[in-house]
Design a protein around this ligand. Structure first.
Ligand code: ZN
Length: 52
């Protein structure tokens, strides 16, 4: 499932991960480390919501 940053609209796609942020492709949002932040605006995971 994809997650969207409610602050800036960035979409986290588990198929792509966030290699620049140390998250490998194939990582589900739930498995991302709690200290990960949005690569665009820097907010934490609690600012993300599932994309339907
Ligand atoms: Zn963001």
């Amino acid at each position: 499932m994809k997650y969207e940053c409610v602050a800036c609209g960035y979409i986290y796609d588990p198929e792509l991960g966030d290699p620049d942020g140390g998250v490998e492709p194939g990582t589900t949002f739930a498995d991302i480390p709690e200290d990960w932040v949005c690569p665009l605006c820097g907010v934490g995971k609690d600012m993300f919501e599932p994309v339907k």
